[in-house]
Design a protein around this ligand. Structure first.
Ligand SMILES: [Zn+2]
Length: 597
């Protein structure tokens, strides 16, 4: 805590018990800079317009605060970024050269969970107004996205968060296209996501915080957290996060008297019914995305059943604690990130999909409320309730480890046909360096055939996502054309490249339907014409004849189906299309020099 006792008293008198921010100096100054949250005694959350206007006013009054537009969003209003620094510059390259670490805070990705919107407004103000906090900007610049899902924030009411206590009005989870932006970091269907990617790479944050409010179980913690899963970070960064950042934050929140917990991701109906697993933050999510660029990340989840004022206060203290940590440890943090980036660039084998490891279990001392059952007034069946008169501390099973399920080795480069501009746009938004072929050329490359895939029967976030994907590799001569794209893997974005371009990766562009054109044949055969050629093939090819006979012996349905038998022979004929299920991004192993523009 940075408040002096006197200042705390002034603050409490002025703002009521909800006061968090503490402008030094006069009461008049404090009143001038009260946020909508403070003015409402902790009942209200700022609207999008109020948040932007507040930051604009701060930027006019303080040279340390700068607000800029950061690209379009789906609703037609621009994304904003607010920079709070020592005032020497608002340019990322300048600030980095001067030795600053960069903290990026993303708010309102789910506008119904607005704690971070209000907490960040107070934090920006306090960083420039409170003498005790100003030293935090000596080696730190804080970049705040006031509201990310602007369309959702404008769709405001008091109805959408069924189980949440306050604020009096808030936004909606879906954006202007009814997308969940916390599933959109890779596929980037929204303009919000593509603008965010450019913002993220312009700033290259050292640490990234995405602020939320929970759903789910009831327990005493006011705030839960998801740090990037350490198995997804290079060793230098995982060690830094686990041994320095997390212990600092646990101590900081304990000192502030705010109970916290790892994100409560339960197997059963209650946390002590089967235990909890660490959240698998795939790249579609904020922290999983940031991990691909060796940015440390944490998701805050304030608890939905705590009063809004407490949720905002907890989020504020978490943000402040991270800022303190980054400023105090700026050299060690910079060194860990540099080492982590070097480790990734030297990596040949990348894990590209994981699952929770149910074989390895730890225990977690969990602070909970007893879950009990009583007859439901609605259904007559037993209903769950949490008994606040029966808090407990109990060791519960905790599954913090991931098991790698798929990996891939990196080629020298990927070749990407210019036929896929939507893919190239996303690579470029993510600062991937691309070259172009300077002439038509036939290249011998490693190709991947999609051997098997299973798609969802209903759309998920606008896509018939492919859940199960397996590939088979082959080497083929492929015609490439002047202007086709080349992405060498010897670049800082290599982990991102592997994760979006390897079809089996958890959130690959293939899974998100960027290449569905290859999953359907373009030509076929008429059985009555093909019969004669099929008979000739069997007569002339003893290997094919034996395989065909074996298939008939193995599978009685196959043996009973003329159509399946002819199709089998068609697929083994010279007419079968090599492009069918052939993934059109090719792996290049650098056997010759490529003709490049
Ligand atoms: Zn959320």
């Amino acid at each position: 805590m940075f408040m002096s006792k006197l200042a705390t008293l002034v603050c409490l008198l002025l703002l009521g018990e909800w006061g968090i921010g503490l402008p030094t100096g006069s009461v008049a100054l404090a009143q001038t800079w009260q946020t909508p949250f403070e003015r409402s005694q902790g009942q209200a959350s700022a609207t999008y317009a109020e948040a932007i206007a507040y930051y604009q006013r701060l930027a006019e009054a303080y040279p340390e605060v700068h607000i800029e537009e950061a690209g379009p969003t789906d609703i037609g209003r621009p994304l904003h970024a607010v920079v709070v620094s020592d005032g020497t510059s608002s340019n990322p390259a300048d600030l980095r050269r001067a030795g600053n670490r960069i903290l990026l805070i993303l708010n309102g990705i789910h506008p119904g969970e607005p704690c971070g919107i209000d907490a960040s407004m107070m934090l920006a103000r306090d960083l420039v107004q409170q003498a005790e906090l100003q030293p935090l900007l000596q080696r730190l610049a804080v970049v705040i996205v006031p509201v990310y899902n602007i369309g959702g924030a404008l769709n405001r009411g008091d109805w959408a968060r069924t189980n949440q206590v306050g604020p009096v009005a808030y936004g909606f989870r879906g954006n202007a296209r009814n997308l969940d932006l916390n599933r959109d970091f890779i596929k980037a269907d929204s303009r919000n996501a593509r603008s965010f990617a450019r913002l993220f790479h312009r700033w290259q944050p050292d640490l990234f915080i995405d602020t939320h409010t929970t759903n789910g179980a009831d327990y005493p913690a006011v705030l839960t957290y998801i740090y990037t899963h350490p198995d997804k970070l290079p060793p230098a960064l995982a060690t830094y996060q686990q041994e320095r950042l997390i212990p600092h934050m646990s101590a900081h929140m304990a000192e502030a008297g705010i109970p916290i917990s790892p994100y409560v991701n339960v197997f059963g109906r209650t946390p002590d019914d089967g235990g909890m697993a660490a959240f698998l933050d795939l790249p579609r999510y904020a922290s999983g995305y940031a991990a691909l660029f060796q940015t440390l990340s944490v998701i805050t989840e304030a608890h939905m059943l705590k009063p809004f004022s407490e949720r905002v206060e907890a989020t504020y203290h978490f943000l402040l604690g991270v800022a303190q940590h980054m400023n105090a440890n700026h050299e060690a943090l910079a060194a860990a990130i540099a080492a982590g980036k070097a480790e990734v660039r030297a990596t040949e084998r990348f894990a590209i999909h994981w699952e929770t490891d149910r074989e390895r279990v730890d225990s977690l001392l969990f602070h909970g409320y007893e879950g009990r059952y009583r007859p439901s007034a609605v259904t007559g069946q037993p209903r769950l309730y949490y008994d606040h008169s029966a808090p407990y501390q109990r060791n519960i099973p905790y599954y913090p480890y991931l098991k790698e399920t798929t990996h891939s080795t990196r080629p020298v480069a990927y070749l990407i046909p210019q036929a896929y501009p939507e893919l190239v746009e996303r690579l470029q938004a993510n600062a991937i360096q691309l070259r172009r072929l300077s002439q038509d050329t036939v290249l011998t490359v490693e190709v991947s055939y999609i051997d098997a895939w299973e798609s969802r029967s209903r759309p998920y976030e606008g896509h018939f996502f492919h859940d199960k994907v397996t590939v088979r590799r082959d080497t083929q001569a492929i015609a490439c054309y002047q202007g086709d794209w080349v992405a060498y893997t010897d670049q800082s974005g290599v982990a991102f490249l592997m994760h979006v371009l390897e079809p089996e990766a958890a959130d690959s562009y293939f899974r998100w339907n960027f290449f569905d054109g290859i999953l359907m044949r373009k030509e076929y055969y008429s059985a009555y014409v093909f019969e004669d050629e099929a008979a000739e093939m069997l007569a002339e090819d003893p290997v094919l004849r034996a395989a065909f006979a074996a298939e008939k012996a193995r599978d009685s349905a196959f043996a009973a189906s003329p159509w399946r038998q002819l199709t089998y022979l068609y697929e083994h004929s010279r007419h079968s299309e090599p492009t069918y299920t052939r993934y059109p991004v090719y792996r290049w192993w650098g056997s010759t020099a490529l003709p490049l523009e």
